[in-house]
Design a protein around this ligand. Sequence first.
Ligand SMILES: Nc1ncnc2[nH]cnc12
Ligand SMILES: [Zn+2]
Length: 330
Amino acid sequence: MHLPKAELHLHIEGTLEPELAFALAERNGVTLPYATTDELRAAYEFDDLQSFLDLYYALMAVLRTEDDFAELADAYLARAAAQGVRHAEIFFDPQAHTARGVPIGTVIEGLGRALERSEETHGVSTQLILCFLRDLSAESALGTLDAAKPYLHRISAIGLDSAEVGHPPAKFRAVYEAATALGLRKVAHAGEEGPPEYIREALDILGVERVDHGLRCMEDPELVARLVADRVPLTLCPLSNVTLRTVDKLADHPLPEMMAAGLLCTVNSDDPAYFGGYAGDNFDAVRDALALDPEQLRTLARNSFEAAFLDHDEERRARYLSEVEAYAFD
Ligand SMILES: Nc1ncnc2[nH]cnc12
Ligand SMILES: [Zn+2]
């Protein structure tokens, strides 16, 4: 669906399509444990978040140079633009690369090169969100923030991702405080597999402005009331939830109930190369499985621009919002 939208929950490493993975493996002399792209695709059967993360981190071995990161981001931006994305706030996982000996500067400069020409090349404005891996230590996160300091002009926010259960937001209080002092904005994954309490911690202890996923808030009516009252955006990822079995099937996704409750929901793709679709595909999928009408779809698109970190450029936000109003559904 080409409805204009902002994508606010997108891991750039999760846009690594099998074809690009094989091309980069060849270029960098990396041997993949799969003979063909079909064989690799056949491995995309996941039981939960961890079973996906195991493959996601293994496949990143092919990403080594600035050019690799630039190519990855450029390929994503082309696909996103073709599905109506006008603005993308893009996660990356520096620790997944520095652990393999790739310097953080290689990652950020490579991504940055694609992002800085994106508006001209693809018509998509961009921001970069540095995510900490929550299954690593708080000290490792602090060290990563420190290593990113020479590149902060390219980074607008921090996030928290990877294996959620057992790694509550409170573990990262110090690094969120340090990032606040540096003027960075804050988001975190919470309530994907973890309990509603993790969403409360993300709000109260980390001071996040958006909650990534936040699906499990629906188990806690008081929390829902708070999220509604404070207009805290939730970056939902419907196809991801089905692939990682957070919901049984798309027809069971609570998105309609969440919208009816007054939550500020957005629809995003998470790791589109693995989960069966990009942002527009996620919109198509919820329209079809949940019978969302054009006004509900328009609300989701409006929400995405309201939730975007565009406070420094309200003119741009207004322009994107007027594109949403002008969009004609067929
Ligand atoms: N859906 C997800 N949840 C947590 N960490 C992730 N890293 C990439 N995708 C993720
Ligand atoms: Zn995610």
